[in-house]
Design a protein around this ligand. Structure first.
Ligand code: ADP
Length: 233
């Protein structure tokens, strides 16, 4: 028979390890969904972890006119996917930053199977994949009304989220623009690419045992979709 003191010690050690584990629990989420699924901001507020948008990372490269910008400029304006190696490298560097240590939200990454494999082989832990399904017609409507403030990256929508003054950023009063790749022709191209290159990730992630896969109907208005997602976090 074990002495009561020994038993107490074992229980105490077990609970300490358990709670230490809980305190360090990460929330790392992948948002899968066609262009303009628009749920990252809400999760950042709710969970207090940063969102990593590969579109934003790549646009930052473009505006800093870095060496990479020369390689990605045409690809992006045509709505095609940037080479896997470039995006993977940017994401890995971003995740290594301090603010990601309690988790992060990946928005727009991965978009291809090789990108998902790169995450896995780099031992970057992912806990959830939220798959937001949006019909094509809705995507086209959302993107064609999108307006952006280039300096801050703030986005608006002429109908669903208009700025206080038409065509002007709420905070700075500066002009809003329509992104070059938000024209209807380029949007159709992006949707095509989404279907062929990104949709296969749905089955890929459904098979991953340690990742919770969440399906969400993204056709409703953005707030309702947020409420739906919020139930899981
Ligand atoms: P949206 O969310 O409207 O689709 P993003 O801002 O996420 O647009 O992406 C804009 C462009 O950046 C894409 O059309 C593509 O050229 C490039 N891009 C973003 N993420 C990736 C990625 N994971 N892999 C390859 N290219 C990407």
């Amino acid at each position: 028979m074990k002495k009561p003191q020994t038993t107490r010690f074992i229980i105490f050690s077990f609970l300490s390890i358990f709670f230490a584990g809980l305190c360090h629990a990460k929330t790392s989420i992948i948002l899968l969904g066609p262009p303009a699924s628009a749920q990252a901001k809400f999760l950042v507020k709710k969970l207090g972890v940063p969102s990593i948008s590969t579109g934003d990372l790549l646009r930052a490269e473009l505006s800093s006119k870095s060496e990479i910008s020369l390689k990605i400029k045409d690809t992006m304006s045509q709505g095609k996917l940037v080479a896997d190696e470039i995006v993977i490298d940017l994401v890995k560097k971003r995740i290594a930053e301090k603010d990601c240590q309690n988790g992060f939200i990946l928005d727009g990454f991965p978009r291809t199977i090789p990108q998902a494999v790169a995450l896995k082989t780099s031992n970057i832990e992912i806990n959830y994949v939220v798959n937001i399904a949006v019909p094509d017609s809705e995507v086209i409507g959302r993107i064609s009304g999108r307006r952006v403030h280039p300096a801050s990256g703030h986005t608006y929508h002429v109908k669903f989220n208009p700025p206080k003054v038409e065509g002007k950023d709420d905070q700075t009063g500066e002009d809003l623009i329509t992104r070059k790749d938000d024209s209807e022709e380029v949007i159709k191209k992006r949707l095509e690419i989404y279907k062929s290159q990104t949709n296969p990730l749905i089955d890929w992630y459904k098979k991953e045992k340690n990742i919770k896969f969440i399906d969400v109907d993204g056709s409703k208005d953005i707030k309702k979709v947020s409420e739906e997602i919020g139930k899981f976090f």
